[in-house]
Design a protein around this ligand. Structure first.
Ligand code: IPE
Ligand code: IPE
Ligand code: MG
Length: 224
C-alpha cells in the first residue's frame, strides 16, 4: 500500500455547474466552497499531511471582472469567517502564488498564514495567482542572480513550494484532462486522476475511492 502524504487538487467545473443548476457561474463557485470544507475534513480523517488546492491561476485574470471580484470576495469572507476554526483544528495555511492582491486581501492572507504557521495536523497550500511557468522562471532567475548551480535541489529551494514534499496524488475534477499550468515540475512522478464530476458534485466518497485506487497503484519512478 502506498503511503499518502500529499494530495493536490485542481478544483474544476464550478462555472459549468453554476450555469447548469442556477444559470450563473458564480453560484457554482459558491457551491464549490462547501465541497472544499468537506474535503478538508476528509483529508484530516485520512491523516494526510498536505493538501494543495488550486483556487486561482495566473491565467484566470483573463476572466470577466465580475467573476474575478466574486471569487476574491468569496475567499475573503471565507477566511474572515473560518480562519479561527482552521486554527483551532491545528491546520496550517500556506499561500502558494504571487501575492499581488488588494492591500486588504494581502494583509488578510499574511495574518492567516502567520496565525496558523505553527500548526501541525494538516498543511493546506492554497494556490492563488499561481502559475507553474512563472514560478520556474523566477526560481531560475534567482539562482542565476545568486550564482548558484542550476540543479534539482537548488530549483526546489527557490520554488513557491519550497519545503513542501511533492504531491503523491493529483486529482482534477470537471471532466477535463490537462494540467493548466499547475505544479508542472512538482508533479513529475505524481499519480494523476481525472474525475468526470464537476467540483460542486464531488464528495467524500469519490475522494475515498480515488485514494483507495492510488494506494494500490505500483509506483515505479523509472525503476521496474
Ligand atoms: C474552477 O472552476 C474554479 C476556478 C478556476 C476559480 P471553473 O470556474 O474553471 O469552472 P468551469 O471549468 O468553467 O466549469
Ligand atoms: C484551472 O482551471 C485553475 C483552477 C482550478 C483554479 P481552469 O478552468 O482555469 O483551466 P482551463 O483554463 O480550463 O485550462
Ligand atoms: Mg475550468
Amino acid at each position: 500500500m502506498n503511503p499518502l502524504n500529499h494530495v493536490a487538487i485542481i478544483m474544476d467545473g464550478n462555472g459549468r455547474w453554476g450555469l447548469k443548476h442556477k444559470k450563473s457561474r458564480n453560484a457554482g463557485h459558491k457551491a464549490g466552497l462547501v465541497i472544499v470544507e468537506k474535503i478538508i475534513q476528509e483529508t484530516i480523517k485520512k491523516k494526510i499531511k498536505y493538501l494543495t488546492l488550486f483556487a486561482f491561476s495566473t491565467e484566470n485574470w483573463k476572466r470577466p471582472k465580475k467573476e474575478i471580484n466574486y471569487l476574491f470576495n468569496l475567499l475573503e469572507n471565507f477566511l474572515k469567517k473560518k480562519i479561527k476554526d482552521l486554527h483551532s483544528k491545528n491546520i496550517k495555511l500556506k499561500i502558494i502564488g504571487f501575492k499581488k492582491f488588494s492591500k486588504k486581501l494581502n494583509h488578510l492572507l499574511d495574518t492567516s498564514e502567520r496565525k496558523t504557521s505553527k500548526n501541525t495536523k494538516l498543511q493546506i497550500n492554497l494556490a492563488l495567482n499561481y502559475g507553474s511557468r512563472l514560478e520556474l522562471i523566477y526560481a531560475i532567475k534567482k539562482l542565476i542572480r545568486v550564482k548558484k548551480k542550476i540543479d534539482t535541489e537548488n530549483i526546489n529551494q527557490y520554488l513557491l513550494t519550497k519545503n513542501i514534499p511533492e504531491p503523491d496524488l493529483l486529482i482534477r475534477t470537471g471532466n477535463t484532462r490537462r494540467l493548466s499550468n499547475f505544479l508542472l515540475w512538482q508533479l513529475a512522478y505524481s499519480e494523476i486522476y481525472f474525475e468526470k464530476k464537476l467540483w460542486p458534485d464531488f464528495n467524500e466518497k469519490d475522494y475515498s475511492k480515488i485514494i483507495k485506487k492510488f494506494k494500490k497503484t505500483k509506483r515505479n519512478y523509472g525503476n521496474i
